[in-house]
Design a protein around this ligand. Structure first.
Ligand code: ZN
Ligand code: ZN
Length: 357
């Protein structure tokens, strides 16, 4: 990996009139340098790119850290070592650094250096994916599709949510994922009404809806996909809610393109659901960015800021949650393009019935 990302960050810093940036968030360190270990800090400045880690990671850093960075073996207190090298107006990640750490480094600053909040600067770069990142994300999404196909073959009825979730996560690893991108959700019947249900001992029954939300990590990149399955025949109201959510999801997808306001894309799905009298039952945002982290920018929600840009990777995941009865959520992962979205999730969205094993 070259230090091209650090070069891009330097341009962002110049716009913000910053001379340097202290990067402490490990995901951002990974993005800028390629390093995947658990203890590192970097300093990005136009005259030098510095990477600090401790003795345990010196060899790994030799292999992973981009050329262009000076690799420095620090003491256990890497932050102190890095701060000693700051000068001028130095940005720091105020959205990650603890108040305690900030107080400490403020007391160690060299003369003439000043700490300036610059949280989000690296995340802004991360939100627009490069070709290689998209390749990994396509793979991660295809892996989630595979797991759904496996699940449809295996069946759901008579198995506990926990057992289904565990098997899916194991299958992900067998198929080459580094792990799940978040704890998988399997929420049967009334549990489906909880958007972030934890899989438990509830046994999946016949003639109900089951919300399944999962993703895998490939090359550090996450995927995220939700499907809601039927386990037999369903009452009309449940079928209607399913069709409503699907309609909202597809209309919102059609609104995803570079230049679209994040708020406006969210509103497309929200209006469809509200028009059917279910507005109160769609209580979360429409979607979120995905990348090295499962939740990153941009956010598609009523309070989402800014516009979508080509190369953003976002989810589109409206849901309707009927307390005490069931929930429906349908989620695709898509790449934003200037003409519209490239769908990364390919598993069918028409209601699939999965019966017993
Ligand atoms: Zn999800
Ligand atoms: Zn999601």
């Amino acid at each position: 990996m070259s230090a091209a990302r650090a070069e891009r960050l330097l341009r962002v810093l110049a716009e913000r009139e910053l001379d340097a940036m202290l990067v402490t968030d490990l995901v951002n360190v990974r993005y800028l340098t390629g390093f995947t270990g658990t203890n590192a800090v970097c300093v990005i400045a136009s005259e030098e790119l510095l990477f600090f880690t401790d003795f345990r990671y010196v060899e790994q850093a030799e292999r992973q850290v981009s050329d262009g960075f000076e690799r420095i073996k620090g003491r256990q207190d890497l932050l102190g070592d890095a701060v000693a090298r700051l000068s001028g107006r130095a940005g720091f990640e105020d959205d990650h650094l603890s108040v305690r750490a900030h107080t400490r480094i403020a007391g160690m600053l060299p003369d003439g250096a000043e700490l300036v909040p610059a949280g989000g600067a690296v995340e802004e770069l991360r939100a627009v994916k490069e070709t290689a990142e998209l390749r990994s994300m396509r793979e991660a999404a295809a892996l989630a599709d595979d797991i759904y196909r496996h699940l449809t073959d295996r069946g759901l009825v008579g198995r506990s949510e926990r057992a289904v979730a565990l098997e899916m996560e194991q299958e992900m690893r067998v198929r080459g994922a580094e792990g799940p991108s978040f704890p998988s959700i399997v929420a049967a019947g009334p549990n489906g009404a909880l958007p972030h249900a934890t899989p438990g001992d509830r046994v999946v029954e016949r003639d109900t809806l089951v919300v399944v939300d999962l993703g895998g990590v490939v090359d550090g990149y996450c995927s995220d996909c939700t499907r809601t399955f039927a386990t037999g025949s369903l009452p009309d109201d449940a079928l209607e809610v399913y069709e409503l959510v699907l309609d909202a999801q597809e209309r919102a997808l059609a609104a995803v393109r570079a230049g679209a306001e994040c708020v406006a894309v969210d509103a497309v799905a929200r209006e469809v659901i509200a028009a059917a009298g279910q507005g109160e039952r769609f209580g979360h945002g429409l979607g979120h960015g995905v990348g090295l982290e499962i939740h990153e920018g941009p956010r598609l929600s009523p309070s989402g800021e800014g516009e979508l840009r080509a190369g953003n990777v976002v989810t589109v995941e409206p849901g309707v949650y009927v307390p005490g009865a069931y929930g429906v959520r349908i989620e695709d992962l898509v790449v934003v393009g200037s003409e519209g979205p490239e769908l990364l999730s390919a598993y069918p969205k028409a209601l699939v019935t999965v019966d017993g094993s």
